[in-house]
Design a protein around this ligand. Structure first.
Ligand code: ADP
Length: 506
């Protein structure tokens, strides 16, 4: 009897917890402060990558729905732009507070649709929230300038003005933080937006919108258009070409980024593009190898390697190569625990979808066929499901292998040996990508030289994690245009207006 009572009480507690969490699981798109269907009433499924179960079905919106959302954002901009910085700061702060309060529920949604371990989802929520907090603060520091004039009786004023409706297109790997990083900044600047989240992870965006709604973000400031992959190009076209849109803010693949950049060019629109990377992780002979291996685990296996700043190419000095590889292999063996994200102790979840799984295994197979050696992993963990790929370590990797030139976006570490600094720099810079890079050295001069000469937007010295709200995040070359986070992240969404005040002596 006692056992029965305990079991009923346990189930009841679970039921109550689930009911509480359901309030963030939205099943409709969000336009003009309302939860809406698509005009066509067509739906598409959102699935859990760990087991392919359908979490829910949501509206598959098209160009027509998107035009409406852009119109709503454009109308709302007329009033939102005139709010004071203090008002916008207060609203962002309330949104932050609610996201903090609902952290656990947000994390559950992220894990359900992206597959990442719950511990990582919790980390993503904390990271995502930090942008709302940061932009609540920076909203009140978007200052102008008064420039000494070359003429008597005239003054030169430079003011920063919000540039209008921002089209926000986001990926699946950080489905919550990529929204707050962009939307926090653009709202602080006084812009409104239409968000198109990834078809794989729209529920995190809808959960964020629900909390924004509860926080009192005025209707029409944030609009979320949900669409399947099939409709993404049509939706994206409206989001780039509609005359009411002032800026396209995109995080995703370099391939899609180039398409959107082309569309934006037609209307000479501002773009903020955060695209793919091919990060080198360089370990010099003077480095603390234990520490370098610790950081390598973070730089490679966080989010199962599905991060644009994830370390792609491990370049190790020949004097410490064997030691590094041996310790890295041991650490992978003991720390990478594959399984569904909801399972206690799991550190690596499934890859997000089948295309991603196929791409990762294809890159490993190509490398092996060209002479790379597998020291760990190298295959699917089929006993867990169809998207679980073992944490993998490859050595004897050569520049002619696809895995060297392409962004892996998966749990595969590739190691190469180098002889000296010049060679390391040459290999590291031999890519069209230029997002993050990592260097491990105890030589201060070398640290400065590498910081200067690495052709990447971000350089981490002796660290494997560099993301935060305070620094300017972004890439050069084909990794993108513009910066996110920091005060620069807000400035991306403003235009500088020059006003000449003349006739001051009259
Ligand atoms: P990933 O490989 O990370 O999925 P993508 O660049 O393919 O990266 O996708 C990132 C975002 O871009 C997603 O929201 C996706 O739906 C969207 N997207 C993909 N193709 C297009 C397109 N032609 N126009 C607009 N958005 C697109």
């Amino acid at each position: 009897m006692d056992l029965l009572r305990t079991s009923i009480s346990k189930n009841y507690k679970l039921y109550i917890t689930q009911c509480r969490r359901m309030h963030l699981l939205k099943k409709q798109a969000y336009i003009n402060g309302q939860w809406v269907q698509s005009q066509s009433k067509v739906l598409f499924p959102v699935t859990n990558p760990a087991n392919d179960s359908v979490i829910t079905e949501i509206p598959d919106m098209d160009a027509h729905d998107t035009k409406h959302a852009v119109q709503v954002a454009a109308n709302t901009f007329q009033t939102w732009r005139d709010t004071t910085a203090k008002e916008r700061s207060r609203i962002l702060r309330k949104w932050f507070d609610l996201c903090e309060k609902n952290s656990e529920d947000l994390a559950q949604v992220i894990t359900a649709e992206s597959g990442k371990p719950l511990s990582e989802s919790r980390g993503e929520v904390a990271y995502g929230n930090s942008f709302l907090e940061w932009f609540a603060d920076t909203a009140r520091h978007i200052n102008g300038e008064i420039i000494p004039s070359p003429w008597p009786n005239k003054q030169i004023l430079l003011t920063r003005q919000p540039l209008g409706v921002v089209s926000v297109i986001t990926p699946w790997n950080f489905p919550f933080a990529m929204i707050t990083r962009k939307v926090g900044a653009l709202m602080a600047a006084g812009c409104t937006c239409v968000i198109k989240p990834s078809e794989d992870t729209p529920l995190s965006a809808l959960a964020a919108a629900e909390l924004a709604h509860q926080a009192g973000v005025p209707k029409g400031v944030i609009n979320v258009v949900t669409a399947s992959r099939k409709n993404a190009p049509a939706v994206g076209q409206v989001m780039c070409e509609d005359h009411s849109v002032g800026c396209i803010s995109f995080t995703g693949s370099t391939h899609v980024g180039k398409i959107l950049y082309g569309l934006a060019a037609k209307g000479v629109k501002r773009v903020a593009l955060e695209l793919g990377g091919n990060a080198p992780f360089i370990v010099f002979a003077s480095a603390d190898i234990e520490h370098a291996v610790d950081q390598a685990m973070l730089a490679k296996f966080r989010n199962n390697g599905q991060a644009c700043i994830g370390a792609n190419r491990f370049l190790i000095h020949e004097d410490v190569y064997d030691k590094f590889v041996k310790e890295f292999k041991a650490r992978i063996g003991s720390k990478c625990i594959l399984g569904p994200g909801t399972k206690e102790g799991v550190t690596c979840g499934p890859l997000v979808n089948l295309e991603q799984a196929k791409k990762v295994s294809g890159l490993v197979d190509d490398a092996v066929s060209k002479g790379a050696k597998v020291l760990a992993g190298g295959k699917f963990a089929t006993e867990l499901g169809n998207k679980f790929y073992e944490s993998t370590l490859l050595i004897n990797v050569k520049p002619d292998m696809n895995i060297f030139t392409e962004e892996i976006f998966g749990p595969v570490a590739t190691c190469l040996k180098f002889k000296n600094e010049a060679e390391a720099l040459k290999i590291a810079n031999s890519t069209r990508s230029g997002l993050a890079s990592y260097v491990f050295t105890k030589d201060l001069g070398q640290a400065f030289r590498m910081s200067q000469k690495l052709e990447f937007g971000m350089v981490a010295i002796n660290d494997g994690i560099l993301s935060a709200a305070e620094p300017a995040f972004g890439g050069i070359k084909e990794s993108g245009i513009g910066r996110e986070g920091s005060l620069h992240g807000v400035e991306e969404y403003t235009d500088i207006k020059y006003t000449l005040m003349s006739g001051l002596d009259k």
